[in-house]
Design a protein around this ligand. Structure first.
Ligand SMILES: Cc1cc2nc3c(=O)[nH]c(=O)nc-3n(C[C@H](O)[C@H](O)[C@H](O)COP(=O)(O)OP(=O)(O)OC[C@H]3O[C@@H](n4cnc5c(N)ncnc54)[C@H](O)[C@@H]3O)c2cc1C
Ligand code: SF4
Ligand code: SF4
Length: 476
């Protein structure tokens, strides 16, 4: 059968359900080259590629799939990296918005767009270096080394700016560093950032804006603009009794330490765990607890399975890995004197709809029940840490992370911008748009035209981010 007529996806090799709970490494394995070519040949090369349109950074996935289908892996790698400086990270961790809109998904299964990105980098020559424009000595400060800050660094360095990237942690990555090893098990971020070697870039880790330095100081020191890409990585609190007991973890530090310091942090492993929450972070915490601890793991959520915001991939993960799911339960208090001894939850039901039509959840009086456990992991969302940022900045946090106003996210202080977003690739998109706004701001200030994104590998034509329609715009 010709590839384009094949409706079902070439199966992605994965670790068996039996093995995966005692296995810390990645669950999904790469296609071999032959499988990748067969999967890519299913692509219809649509004139109107909804896949590209659905990708927040307009990654030319149609383009690299075309190259893979022809077995041209070197070209596929180059097309992938032209518009995506975090491709090695994303080929294993992106929520693949592109696949939801792939037309092949209508009648069969969507093309494995994310996994073909992995094949293009794995089998093509991906050990490339980005080529910046000649440095002009125009200094920009970027605060926050997560995906938004890294993407803005890439955009601005390519244009010849001199960038200093400040990061509070001892390492770059932001929330990428909390992604469990069963998704990202190696040095993916380092591999991506190594392609920045020729940039006029200084990375300063272990320094927190608002404490070790301020945005005002940066502007006084001659930085022409400052981008605050600080995300939202302070755990949201439940504010219930017992939240401070030993044995209670908040999901973000739990996952960060599970990656960076598993032995030192987790201590004993014979734990019975309840995870509170229904998002991807809760699922990551539950699936990590399943791997680290020998006892039972339960996810308690205040709505139904269907209403859980976690992605299909993560929900399927908890089912396959034998994690119990307890819907319609809200946490009331955590019991224990010097360590967690149990979690009291109450039954919930749907109440009246709110202003957006979403029905609220109310607790049923007298429905409390005790869940015996010795470990509770709370995944109740994240908030931004605005300590040390002045009122004049007028930072807003409607979606968790601090942001300025309008398309370019300018803050209340001239020359300072702030943005972020809900996933790696969306945060990268925010980084691109903010970098474009910074470039336009600096250009106006210096009385020159903004600089279009130059060809990332030194080709003679500038390469604007693709519009998401029509033929690939990249020039190899
Ligand atoms: C457990 C978990 C799993 C996830 N899994 C996925 C996934 O599989 N796929 C996906 O697409 N997304 C995933 N996400 C979401 C994604 O990681 C975030 O949306 C994304 O990282 C946000 O990017 P950002 O650059 O805006 O902020 P962040 O990633 O939060 O980066 C902000 C950076 O700024 C630094 N910082 C903060 N304040 C200061 C300061 N004052 N001074 C200096 N530095 C500062 C922080 O240390 C951090 O490094 C996950 C998130 C979590 C928590
Ligand atoms: S970056 Fe993510 S959304 Fe974009 S093409 Fe790749 S997998 Fe799809
Ligand atoms: S939507 Fe994209 S990946 Fe899907 S068949 Fe069309 S071009 Fe191929």
């Amino acid at each position: 059968m010709s590839g384009a007529y094949r409706q079902s996806r070439i199966a992605i090799p994965e670790v068996t359900v039996h093995q995966r709970c005692s296995y810390m490494g990645e669950i999904l394995h790469a296609y071999d080259p032959e499988e990748a070519v067969m999967e890519a040949q299913r692509c219809l090369q649509c004139a109107m590629p909804y896949c590209v349109q659905a990708c927040p950074i307009s990654q030319d996935c149609k383009g690299y799939i075309d190259m893979v289908a022809q077995g041209r892996f070197d070209d596929a790698a180059k097309v992938t990296l032209l518009g995506n400086p975090l491709a090695t990270v994303l080929c294993k961790s992106c929520y693949h918005y592109c696949e939801e809109d792939c037309v092949k998904g209508g009648k069969g299964s969507a093309i494995a767009i994310r996994h073909l990105k992995r094949a293009s980098l794995q089998f093509g020559h991906s050990d490339l270096l980005y080529v910046p424009m000649a440095p002009r000595g125009e200094k920009i400060a970027i605060v926050g080394g997560g995906p938004a800050g890294i993407m803005a660094t890439w955009e601005l360095c390519l244009r010849g700016y001199s960038v200093t990237l400040f990061e509070a942690q001892p390492f770059l990555g932001g929330q990428i560093e909390t992604i469990p090893k069963y998704h990202l098990d190696g040095d993916e971020l380092e591999v991506d950032v190594a392609r920045f070697k020729n940039f006029d870039l200084k990375i300063v880790t272990g320094k927190r804006c608002g404490i070790d330095f301020t945005t005002e100081q940066l502007l006084k020191e001659g930085y022409l603009a400052v981008y605050l890409a600080v995300g939202a990585s302070t755990p949201g609190l439940l504010k219930i009794p017992g939240e401070e007991l030993p044995g209670v973890f908040h999901a973000l530090p739990f996952l960060l330490n599970a990656n960076h310091n598993p032995q030192g942090f987790l201590g004993r492993t014979d734990r019975t765990t309840v995870v509170i929450g229904g998002g991807d972070v809760a699922m990551d915490a539950a699936r990590s607890a399943r791997r680290f601890f020998s006892g039972k793991v339960t996810v308690a959520y205040r709505r139904s399975w269907e209403e859980m915001p976690a992605t299909e991939e993560e929900r399927e993960g908890i089912l396959l890995e034998g994690i119990d799911f307890l819907p319609w339960r809200a946490p009331v208090k955590i019991l224990g004197s010097d360590h967690v001894e149990g979690l009291v939850t109450a039954r919930t039901e749907l109440g009246a709809p709110d202003a957006r039509g979403k029905r609220s959840v109310t607790v049923v009086p007298g429905s409390e029940e005790l869940l015996p456990c010795d470990t509770v992991i709370i995944a109740a969302g994240q908030v931004a840490d605005l300590n040390g940022f002045t009122k004049e900045l007028d930072l807003k946090t409607p979606r968790g992370w601090p942001e300025g106003k309008g398309d370019g996210w300018a803050t209340g202080v001239e020359g300072v911008f702030a943005s972020g977003n809900k996933s790696i690739v969306y945060a990268m998109s925010a980084g691109t748009k903010t970098a474009q706004a910074i470039d336009a701001y600096v250009a106006k200030k210096l009385g020159r035209a903004p600089i279009p994104r130059p060809h990332p590998f030194g080709g003679k034509d500038p390469v604007p981010p693709p519009p998401g329609y029509g033929e690939p715009t990249w020039v190899l």
